[in-house]
Design a protein around this ligand. Sequence first.
Ligand code: SAM
Length: 232
Amino acid sequence: MTTSSAAENRTEDHAGHEHAGHHRAADPAGFFEPASWEERYAGDGSHWSGSPNPQLVAEASALTPGTALDIGCGEGADVIWLARHGWTATGLDFSANGLARAARHAAAAGVGDRVSWQQADARTFTADGPGVDLVTSHYLHPSAGRMPEVIERLARAVAPGGHLLVVGHAPTADHPAPTGAHERAMFRAEELLDAVPEDFAVIVAEQRPRTSVREGRTITMEDSVLLLRREA
Ligand SMILES: C[S@@+](CC[C@H](N)C(=O)[O-])C[C@H]1O[C@@H](n2cnc3c(N)ncnc32)[C@H](O)[C@@H]1O
């Protein structure tokens, strides 16, 4: 199956891999930190394709729309897709430039009045209020293997009966981690299971292959997909 990804028109993917050559480089200083993302999102252009991520479309299409929170929303393509499909959606990112782009894209898509934005760091984010029906996160990849800890935080933002969908890159032969820092930021779904709170059921924990064309070459990637449902 061939699917498109939000990063398809880039030579850099969501985990920040440059695909020219696969040699192991030195750890990039600050690569996963806010200043680095602010720089990537500076100006008016688009870093990603604007298409929603395929695992979001696959999983959220089966759910009854309600409130949603997209963590690491970047330029907002998934928030826009959620709004277009009846969700009341908020996009959260630590990059002000990314959020500004997301707001512009949402306005251009005609859903600006149905979405909201929040600037926060997922590593320190604390949910308040009654929780939302769907928390999603695609390719957040916090540094130093901090995804399990982030999952515990995101789970607290899910309302009883709601869902948490986490998607990231797993390393594959076609898609290896170029540095040790990238390797620690990538994950397989099963590595996240210890972080699942007791009142959540695991609906999906698997890798799903996805093809992408990079520099004229079709490569096979794997999305790590974790879908949880909180007890009602
Ligand atoms: C690879 S991009 C993915 C963007 C979007 N989810 C998509 O799939 O196109 C990762 C995004 O997560 C944001 N991000 C990374 N670490 C974060 C953190 N600790 N807290 C909040 N946002 C973060 C970055 O600013 C960036 O927008």
